[in-house]
Design a protein around this ligand. Structure first.
Ligand SMILES: NC(=O)c1ccc[n+]([C@@H]2O[C@H](COP(=O)([O-])OP(=O)(O)OC[C@H]3O[C@@H](n4cnc5c(N)ncnc54)[C@H](O)[C@@H]3O)[C@@H](O)[C@H]2O)c1
Length: 334
């Protein structure tokens, strides 16, 4: 089985690629290694992956269609897991065009070439942010998703829509995964856990949005990659029509959307308290209003994924924070 993973030097991509390499899959990584955040971290992740004999890699942008197509034609993947994207809700407020290029044009290129090469299963990253201003918790895949609050979320919603129509016309089996706030070792420096840890250790103020009145369904990275692995051979087919997508009971596409989260909500201030406890140090808190584009609460219902694969998230936020801090202290020699 040959799997092509885009965004393989990214946080989730790195962990997933490593897990699949350890399981003996042949994996080709594709990543631009851009410097949205510290590219050294991406290089360090890539260096670990390069130690595996069953790993090959192409450094290029998704928008470079020639290079992308060439990579696909040479590697001939059976399965594609598309994780590369311009991530981050806050950055999308001032840099919307990057999101259109990477997430819409880039993902379109992936869908097209996956169709041309008759890939058996295309798994793509969506996001809990597509639920936007929804007020009914927990979020279910069947809920309407009409109120995205950021351009980042809009590009993910567009991906779902374009993927569905392609799947409908060409019968490409596609699974879209709505990830809920993923965290853990080798995590993203632009995300809360990383920023809070860095701030607390350096005695710097940490910005706390919406005055701390936020809830997140924090999902530990090992649970996420295990869930994705379980899905590889669960190829959607048209007999499942309507079961896994919202509003599309008449759809005949081999397509589904699945939440992947921890199914528990954590108050942001409790999350910070736990970091303080583990570090044995108090944070200097800078309370701020809600950031443009941000949602106040996320919470997943993952019954569909569980029914399909047996997915059961195992790591609670206290354990997860400890595992992250152990990695952080070792990696940054704190
Ligand atoms: N981490 C989360 O909490 C979370 C939540 C919801 C959705 N997601 C989605 O999961 C996926 C992976 O997220 P992550 O947290 O690992 O992010 P990440 O930024 O760590 O990884 C993304 C990788 O894609 C690469 N990349 C970005 N744009 C590219 C382009 N145009 N061409 C080629 N490579 C490009 C980057 O260099 C990076 O290595 C993304 O699609 C993201 O939107 C993540």
């Amino acid at each position: 089985m040959k799997i092509l993973i885009t965004g393989s030097s990214g946080f989730i991509g790195f962990h997933l690629t490593k897990l699949l390499l350890e399981k003996g899959y042949k994996v080709h990584g594709y990543d631009s290694m851009n410097n949205y955040y510290d590219a050294k971290l991406k290089k360090a992740r890539l260096n670990i992956l390069k130690k595996f004999k069953n790993f090959t890699f192409t450094k290029s942008k998704l928008e470079n269609k020639k290079k992308l197509d060439e990579t696909f034609y040479i590697f001939k993947p059976n399965v594609v897991i598309h994780l590369a994207a311009q991530a981050g809700v806050r950055y999308s407020v001032n840099k919307p065009r990057v999101y259109l290029d990477s997430n819409i044009i880039g993902s379109f290129n992936i869908i097209e070439i996956s169709h041309k090469l008759k890939v058996k299963h295309l798994i793509m990253a969506s996001s809990s942010s597509v639920y936007g201003a929804n007020k009914k918790f927990p979020f279910k895949e069947i809920d309407k998703t009409e109120t995205q609050l950021s351009i980042y979320a809009s590009t993910k919603k567009s991906n779902e829509s374009i993927a569905h129509s392609y799947s409908n016309i060409w019968k490409i089996p596609i699974t879209m995964l709505r990830f809920f706030t993923v965290y853990g070792p080798w995590g993203r420096p632009d995300m809360a856990l990383f920023k809070f840890t860095k701030g607390i250790l350096k005695n710097k103020k940490i910005d706390i949005y919406n005055y701390g009145k936020m809830y997140r369904d924090f999902t530990y990275i090992d649970d996420i990659v295990k869930g994705v692995e379980l899905l590889i051979n669960k190829i959607p087919n048209i007999k499942q029509k309507g079961k896994y997508i919202n509003d599309s009971l008449s759809s005949v596409a081999p397509f589904r959307i699945l939440n992947i989260g921890n199914t528990k909500k954590v108050h942001l201030l409790n999350f910070i308290k736990q970091i303080e406890l583990e570090l044995g140090k108090k944070a200097i808190k800078n309370y701020m209003p809600l950031q443009k584009g941000d949602v106040k609460q996320t919470l997943s219902n993952t019954k569909l994924l569980k029914d399909l694969t047996g997915y059961t998230p195992k790591v609670n936020y206290k354990e997860g924070i400890k595992k992250f801090l152990d990695w952080y202290k070792k990696y940054y020699k704190n």
